[in-house]
Design a protein. Structure first.
Length: 430
C-alpha cells in the first residue's frame, strides 16, 4: 500500500523547526495531513479492524508530538519583560521578580530591568520583592509567542537614614585639568600625565624625577633616594592632592606609581605657582613637586546579577542581619566619621544634579561591610562611584536588639545639588 498525501509528515516537522512564527502554518498542515492519511487508509486498505485502530493510534501519537514541539517553540518566545521603579520613578536594582507558581525568576539590573522567558499562555501573576520596599503582585495577560511589557512600582516601607546633601563645596576635580592650565600659562615646570607615566613604566617615583633636567637623586640620611635640584641644598616641598606633606625630608618613593594620576615638578622658586608657595617655609626656595592621586570619578564595581542585594535579603530572612524595623535601636551615623562624597567634576560642569540610594551592612563595631554594598537606585554611575568611595570610611553607632549589638542592613540616600556662584560664596543652598 502506498500512502502519498499531498502534505507529508516530513514537511510538517520542517515547518515546526523553522520557529514559533511558523506555528500556525504547522498546525494547519498537521490537520490536513491527518485527514489525508486517514482518508487514504480507509479508501485503499482492506485491513482488519484492530489494524485500523493501530494506524489511528500512530497518527494520534504523531499529531501530539508535533503539537508538543510547536508549543515548546512558542513558549521559548513567550516573554514578560519590564522594569521595577520606586514611587519617584527611580529604577530599583537588585529586586527579585518571579512568576507565581513557577520556577521563573529574575533579579533586576542597575537600570531596574528584568526579563522572564518561557511561561504559558493565559493569566499569570508577577511578584516582585526588594528589601526596604513593600512586596507587590501584578496580574499579566500573557499571549503565547509574544513579549509582554510591564512596569512595577514599589512603595518604600523601611526607615532610612537622613539624606546627605552633596554640593559643589566639595568637588572631585580632575587634577590634570589644573595642570594643563598651569602648563599653558607658565611653562616653568615639568609635567607627567598618566599617559606619560604608563609610557615610562617607572618602578619608583624617583625614576620619573631623574628625567627632569637638573634633578639629582642620592642617599641623604635615612632616605635612600632623596631629591635635590641644581644649586639647592634642601629638599623640595612635596604636595599631595593640594596638601603639603610636612617640612622634613619626604621619601617620595613611598608613593606607588600606580596610584598617581599626574606629577608637576618645579625646580626653582620663581616657577612655582603662587597657590603652592608657603611664606613660612624656606623650602619653597628649593623647588616643589605636586603629586595628584588617581581618585578621578571612579567606576562602580560591577556585580553579577546584583548578588549583593539577593544575598543580603537571604541574610535578613535568616536573622544573620536585621532590618531597621527589626532592631530596638537603629544604627546611627557617627559624626566622627563624617561622610561627604565629592561632587564629580564632569557632572558639575553640566550643572547636573541627581540622587543615589545606597545599601550596606553595619557590623557590631560600627564599620561598613563593603562586601554587602550595593546601589539600589542612582541618577548617574559617577554619583554612585562617589558615594561608594565615601561610604567605606563611614563610622556608625551599631544597632541594638534586646540589649546587644547586632548587624543591621542600612539604606542611605544622597542628593547631589550644584550650587550657583552666589550660593557657593554665601555657603548656602539654592
Amino acid at each position: 500500500m502506498s500512502l502519498a498525501p499531498s502534505v507529508t509528515w516530513l514537511h510538517i516537522f520542517r515547518v515546526v523547526e523553522r520557529g514559533p512564527f511558523r506555528a500556525a502554518a504547522a498546525a494547519r498542515a498537521l490537520a490536513e495531513c491527518v485527514m489525508q492519511t486517514l482518508s487514504v487508509v480507509l479508501q485503499r486498505c482492506r485491513l482488519k479492524r484492530f489494524r485500523l485502530r493501530a494506524v489511528g493510534v500512530l497518527v494520534v501519537c504523531a499529531s501530539q508530538s508535533a503539537f508538543a514541539q510547536t508549543s515548546a517553540n512558542l513558549r521559548i518566545n513567550t516573554v514578560v519583560s519590564g522594569s521595577v521603579r520606586d514611587s519617584a520613578g527611580m529604577a530599583i536594582a537588585g529586586a527579585d521578580v518571579m512568576i507565581d507558581g513557577t520556577r521563573l525568576r529574575a533579579v533586576t539590573s542597575d537600570d531596574g530591568g528584568f526579563r522572564l522567558v518561557g511561561m504559558t499562555e493565559g493569566l499569570e501573576f508577577v511578584s516582585v520583592r526588594r528589601l526596604g520596599f513593600r512586596p507587590m503582585t501584578m496580574s499579566v495577560d500573557v499571549q503565547l509567542g509574544t513579549v509582554t511589557r510591564v512596569v512595577l512600582t514599589l512603595a518604600r516601607v523601611q526607615v532610612i537614614l537622613p539624606t546627605v546633601v552633596v554640593t559643589n563645596m566639595n568637588v572631585m576635580r580632575d587634577p590634570t585639568r589644573g595642570m594643563s592650565d598651569r602648563r599653558n600659562k607658565s611653562g616653568g615646570g615639568h609635567y607627567f600625565s598618566r599617559a606619560d607615566i604608563d609610557a615610562v613604566r617607572p618602578q619608583v617615583m624617583t625614576d620619573l624625577i631623574r628625567r627632569v633636567p637638573g634633578a639629582r637623586v642620592a642617599a641623604v640620611g635615612n632616605t635612600r633616594n632623596a631629591i635635590r635640584f641644581r644649586g639647592a641644598k634642601c629638599p623640595p616641598l612635596v604636595w599631595l592632592d593640594g596638601l603639603p606633606l610636612g617640612s622634613s625630608e619626604f621619601d617620595i618613593d613611598a608613593l606607588s606609581t600606580g596610584s598617581v594620576e599626574a606629577i608637576e615638578v618645579y625646580s626653582g622658586f620663581a616657577s612655582i605657582p603662587a597657590q603652592f608657595t608657603m611664606s613660612l617655609s624656606l623650602k619653597q626656595q628649593c623647588g616643589a613637586i605636586l603629586v595628584w592621586s588617581r581618585q578621578g570619578e571612579g567606576t562602580p564595581r560591577r556585580r553579577k546579577n546584583n548578588s549583593a542585594a539577593s544575598d543580603l535579603a537571604v541574610m535578613v530572612e535568616e536573622l544573620a542581619v536585621f532590618s531597621a524595623e527589626q532592631v530596638d535601636i537603629q544604627a546611627r551615623h557617627d559624626s566622627v566619621g563624617f561622610v561627604q562624597p565629592a561632587y564629580p567634576d564632569s557632572l558639575l560642569r553640566l550643572r547636573a544634579g541627581g540622587d543615589v540610594l545606597a545599601e550596606f551592612v553595619v557590623d557590631t563595631m560600627g564599620r561598613v561591610l563593603m562586601e554587602h554594598f550595593s546601589i539600589i537606585s542612582s541618577s548617574h554611575p559617577a554619583f554612585s562611584a562617589a558615594v561608594e568611595k565615601a561610604v567605606q570610611d563611614a563610622r556608625f553607632n551599631p544597632a541594638r536588639k534586646e540589649g546587644r549589638k547586632v548587624r543591621q542592613a542600612v539604606q542611605w540616600p544622597f542628593r547631589f545639588r550644584a550650587l550657583t556662584g552666589e550660593a557657593v560664596a554665601a555657603g548656602k543652598k539654592v
